[in-house]
Design a binder for this molecule. Structure first.
Ligand SMILES: [Zn+2]
Length: 289
């Protein structure tokens, strides 16, 4: 018998274009259930799946990773992908563990109505009770400042979106296949889902090192959009986005032509959102476009 779980796993990995949906890595991939927790009625609802590499999975299952090992490796991956400091991470893990502990005190019923292949009775893998346990742990272990947007949307805040509208220039970093980095100033626009980076001159566009890097297959890019609001006090503002770029036809700020279409994966911003302390603020999001 071909387990339904295997069917779901294959379907999801192909939906994700054979890439980790958090960090963009290819290679070995796993499919992780996404649950929503109703903390009043204690119902956990299957919202869908997320395709992740082993390192990102180890972070989603951080409680389990702490027991079975591999924590160091997973943490350094997480820090590399998100830009979190170790301190951020410790605090987020502690918060997540507290949520998991409080959720684990209750019996949870499971709602998998959204997954036809799951049969509407039990979760697609494992037994109901162990799955409930694992996934409560999984989701609770996701660091609190991290927010995932629904499919097709990014989770930029309104302040971040307003900031992006005021900016015309970004710096884009790419790397050659051998890892030689390159950074350059570019015009950009953000349409609510993708960042578009092109050139006022298509001939120049095709000659750039960034185009060669991406066309040669290293599609990982990083963008910084920033400015300085005041010198005294020193108030830098900015947003950093990591993602995947594709060269595609687009009618945008530079007219019709080829552009990089950048799908944001992770973003960090500073100085844009008002923090409760009324000062400098910083935020880290997973973006899912
Ligand atoms: Zn990953």
């Amino acid at each position: 018998m071909k387990p339904r779980w295997e069917q779901i796993r294959r379907r999801e990995i192909s939906r994700a274009n054979f890439r980790c949906e958090i960090c963009g890595a290819d290679g070995l991939l796993e499919c992780s259930e996404r649950w929503q927790y109703d903390d009043v009625n204690h119902i956990q609802k299957l919202m869908g799946y997320e395709v992740v590499c082993p390192n990102c999975l180890a972070i989603l299952n951080i409680g389990r990773t702490m027991q079975v090992g591999g924590l160091e490796r997973a943490l350094s991956h997480f820090i590399r992908v998100t830009g979190f400091t170790e301190e951020d991470l410790r605090a987020a893990t502690a918060r997540a563990m507290a949520i998991w502990k409080s959720r684990s005190r209750h019996q949870w019923s499971i709602d998998v109505a959204s997954e036809p292949l799951a049969g509407g009775k039990s979760p697609p893998s494992r037994s109901a009770s162990s799955s409930a346990r694992n996934t409560v742990q999984t989701r609770a272990a996701t660091p609190a400042p991290t927010r995932r947007a629904p499919k097709g949307q990014t989770s930029f805040s309104s302040e971040e979106l307003d900031f992006l509208k005021t900016q015309r220039l970004a710096r884009i970093a790419t790397a050659s296949k051998r890892g030689v980095p390159e950074v350059s100033p570019v015009g950009f626009e953000f349409d609510g889902r993708f960042f578009w980076v092109g050139s006022h001159d298509q001939a120049i566009f095709f000659k750039t090192q960034r185009y060669r890097n991406i066309a040669a297959g290293n599609t990982r890019v990083s963008l910084v959009i920033d400015d300085l609001l005041s010198v005294s006090p020193w108030r830098p503002r900015g947003l950093k986005v990591s993602g995947d770029a594709q060269v595609t036809e687009h009618d945008g700020i530079f007219g019709k032509g080829k552009y990089f279409r950048i799908t944001p994966r992770v973003s960090i911003s500073w100085g844009i959102e008002k923090s409760k302390k009324g000062e400098w603020s910083s935020k880290k999001n997973f973006q899912q476009a």
